[in-house]
Design a binder for this molecule. Structure first.
Ligand SMILES: *[C@@H]1O[C@H](CO)[C@@H](O)[C@H](O)[C@H]1NC(C)=O
Ligand SMILES: *[C@@H]1O[C@H](CO)[C@@H](O)[C@H](O)[C@H]1NC(C)=O
Ligand SMILES: *[C@@H]1O[C@H](CO)[C@@H](O)[C@H](O)[C@H]1NC(C)=O
Ligand SMILES: *[C@@H]1O[C@H](CO)[C@@H](O)[C@H](O)[C@H]1NC(C)=O
Ligand SMILES: *[C@@H]1O[C@H](CO)[C@@H](O)[C@H](O)[C@H]1NC(C)=O
Length: 340
């Protein structure tokens, strides 16, 4: 989601832009701004219906990428929406496509793989990069706090390697897999990557080649200059990010926990493994996003660990712009094509 996306979608679709913008300051009530209620039993009531799109598996309909939903683990209600470029449907079994496993954003608490906002992005991603995309429906917080989303995301990798679905078995080159996520999904892609790097033999023949982190959502107790400069940002003000961490981190830890702050204790041990495996990483950010300094810190950490990483930073913008603005999405697609 990105928070930003949450807000922009709510804004544009429900015409409450003005009221949210007014709310977006350091004394705002983040529950009101997100239109959520924390119930006494610890669950969240999400009052804004976030627009959803059905999958589109019918090859007679004109869509640039076909899609369908498949169950991952029924007992956890996790599933995946798989995308296949329409014109790859009749590819010979010899021309396989790379695989992108995608994790949606939403501050760990909102949105779904079925959300129109991410569905449309995944359709473009599959078509423009000629990849099979698997968008993972992981469990949300606070009903399921971290690391539930990380566990579901790694479980999705095991599921992919064992699934007999023909869109996977017939069309995917399992040796060319990338993990990608936006906002909270970028954090999930990173943490799922750390976990997967520690069990590469168990996920074979799936072979991860890299991570594409789009405005990944990270935090820490000490405010960064960009968080202070953009504290009252209209898209992602600090009270909202603080609330998202409160609702998603394990109870009792602060934002300097490894799930939220990748730089603690000098960075995860698994980064050495990622370097040895030769994964290629990309981090996308914009100067108009309060999170940009943390994204730069992550690039620095990866460079320090001698992991192959490219930082792709742009002037202006806002949180969520790589999903919401097609010309910015194109920058992600171009990078992915250069990795392929
Ligand atoms: C901040 O938001 C609160 C709650 O909506 C509002 O009452 C207050 O006037 C706003 N303050 C500023 C400086 O905009
Ligand atoms: C928690 O409380 C909410 C609101 O009262 C209710 O709708 C929901 O069913 C409850 N969930 C559980 C698991 O008790
Ligand atoms: C599904 O999740 C449950 C609960 O975590 C777990 O016990 C089970 O092994 C999972 N099933 C599969 C097929 O992975
Ligand atoms: C699909 O991707 C191709 C490039 O592979 C691009 O030229 C075309 O405009 C895309 N179609 C849509 C609807 O995005
Ligand atoms: C987050 O939790 C801390 C510690 O419990 C609390 O002081 C703070 O007000 C909370 N912030 C939000 C936005 O919920």
């Amino acid at each position: 989601m990105s928070l930003h996306s949450v807000l922009t979608t709510l804004l544009s679709l429900y015409l409450i832009h003005a009221s949210i913008v007014e709310l977006a300051n350091s004394s705002m009530d983040p529950y009101k701004a997100l239109n959520i209620i924390l119930n006494p039993n610890g669950t969240l009531t999400r009052l804004n219906p976030i627009p959803q799109s059905p999958p589109s598996p019918d090859p007679t309909l004109p869509t640039p990428a076909l899609s369908k939903d498949l169950t991952i683990n029924q007992s956890k209600h996790t599933w995946a929406r798989i995308y296949l470029p329409h014109n790859a449907l009749h590819n010979s079994p010899n021309s396989k496509l790379p695989l992108i496993v995608f994790y949606h954003g939403g501050g760990f608490i909102l949105y779904s793989a079925a959300s129109t906002y991410f569905h449309d992005f995944c359709v473009s991603l599959a078509n423009n990069t000629r990849s099979v995309v698997v968008s993972v429906e992981y469990r949300l917080a606070p009903e399921h706090r971290l690391p539930a989303a990380f566990e579901d995301s790694v479980e999705a990798l095991h599921w992919i390697k064992t699934s007999n679905d023909p869109w996977l078995t017939r069309h995917v080159d399992y040796s060319r897999c990338y993990l990608m996520g936006e906002s909270a999904g970028g954090n999930i892609a990173y943490n799922a990557g750390l976990r997967a790097a520690a069990e590469v033999h168990q996920i074979k023949p799936l072979q991860i080649r890299g991570l594409v982190l789009i405005q990944p959502f990270f935090g820490g107790t000490k405010r960064t200059p960009s968080e202070l400069r953009l504290a009252e940002d209209k898209t992602l003000p600090l009270p909202i990010t603080d609330l998202m961490w409160n609702l998603s981190l394990p109870v009792g830890v602060d934002r300097d926990y490894e799930y939220s702050n990748p730089t603690v204790k000098g960075g995860a041990k698994a980064l050495d493994q990622i370097r040895l495996l030769g994964w290629r990483c990309a981090v996308f950010g914009v100067e108009g996003d309060p999170l940009v300094d943390r994204e730069r810190e992550l690039v620095k950490l990866l460079e320090h660990k001698s992991v192959h990483v490219v930082g792709q930073f742009y002037e202006g913008g806002r949180h969520g712009i790589f999903i919401g603005d097609p010309s910015m999405s194109q920058k992600v697609f171009d990078l992915v094509k250069s990795f392929h």
